[in-house]
Write a protein that binds this ligand. Structure first.
Ligand code: ARG
Length: 297
């Protein structure tokens, strides 16, 4: 976690970092943590999920990936981030999830809904990790990375991406969906075994910049409203839209960071996958250039 100041909230594996970052946040910024605790956005904990979402039947999101640290334990305990299938051999995730991880330290499973069900989905080893070169050079934004899989995922349609350089899919107020196995409760950490989804409205660049000084509208997009948000453990997972009359889904964002979760005035920040600049600058590294060719971008 080199960028714990930018990614104020850490993946759950690094719990001490998350707690430390949270403690710092209590002292600065516009976080409404205390007020939030006093006025829960939801009547009962059972209603609260990603934050504010619901469980989904098996097979609802076949392109969804979980990043697991390799080991013998229950996959539910080994999951630390989300991802999405971008190509039969490529899973896209957040850079901060994998920047300090060796490929052999992780595995990814595509198409699993219940993490502990070992026979669900397709489990893959990771041959290489390609972190966006600008993120690798210390920038806060550009929070995207790609896992190159040891063998293709079969029979599963990858997500679609918006046409680079367009913003038709991120009109403020439009409804998007974010999914993950992240924390469902802002007070008592609670990580579900079953994938959850929540619908979140897109937030304007102006509002988002007001909440986050480091926000870069060229490569980020914000979404969420009080009581509905992604949270720790959702990082790297997809924010997407379903378009009328179109097959599949369009992934518009990658869960990146936020001040706390689901608080008023602190929407979730996502890497914008329709950003021309994001894809252009990926070519600044040799690995990035190769990957762009592989993906036809
Ligand atoms: N950085 C977090 C993670 O590593 C994701 C935080 C998303 N926060 C939010 N409020 N949407 O899991």
């Amino acid at each position: 976690m080199r960028h714990s100041s930018a990614h104020r909230t850490a993946p759950r594996r690094i719990a001490s970092v998350a707690i430390a970052a949270g403690a710092v946040l209590g002292l600065v910024g516009t976080s409404t943590g205390a007020a939030d605790a006093a006025t829960p956005a939801h009547p009962s904990r059972a209603d609260r999920p990603v934050i504010g979402g619901s469980e989904k039947p098996v097979g609802s999101y076949p392109f969804m990936a979980a990043l697991l640290s390799k080991g013998r334990g229950n996959p539910h305990d080994r999951q630390f981030c989300g991802g999405s299938l971008l190509d039969s051999n490529v899973v896209m995730t957040a850079a901060h999830c994998v920047v300090d991880v060796q490929p052999k330290e992780l595995e990814t499973v595509v198409g699993r809904t219940v993490l502990s069900k070992k026979n669900q989905g397709q489990l893959r080893n990771v041959l290489d990790v390609v972190v966006h070169p600008r993120y690798a050079r210390g920038q806060e934004a550009y929070d995207v990375a790609f896992l190159l899989l040891d063998k293709p995922v079969t029979g599963t349609a990858p997500v679609n991406l918006p046409t680079a350089g367009t913003d038709a899919l991120i009109r403020p107020g439009a409804k998007a969906t974010v999914i993950g196995w992240g924390n469902t409760d802002t007070e008592i950490p609670d990580y579900p075994d079953r994938l959850r989804a929540v619908d979140v409205p897109i937030v304007s660049h102006i509002e988002c910049k007001a909440s986050y000084p480091g926000y870069d509208k060229k490569v980020n997009v914000c979404a969420g409203v009080e009581g509905k948000d992604s949270c720790q453990g959702d990082s790297g997972g997809p924010l997407f839209r379903k378009l009328p009359g179109r097959r599949g889904v369009y992934q518009i964002g990658i869960v990146s960071y936020g001040d706390g979760c689901a608080a008023q005035g602190a929407p979730g920040v996502y890497t914008y996958t329709g950003s021309a600049k994001l894809w252009d600058t990926l070519g600044e590294s040799a690995k990035g250039k190769k990957l762009k060719r592989l993906l036809g971008r």
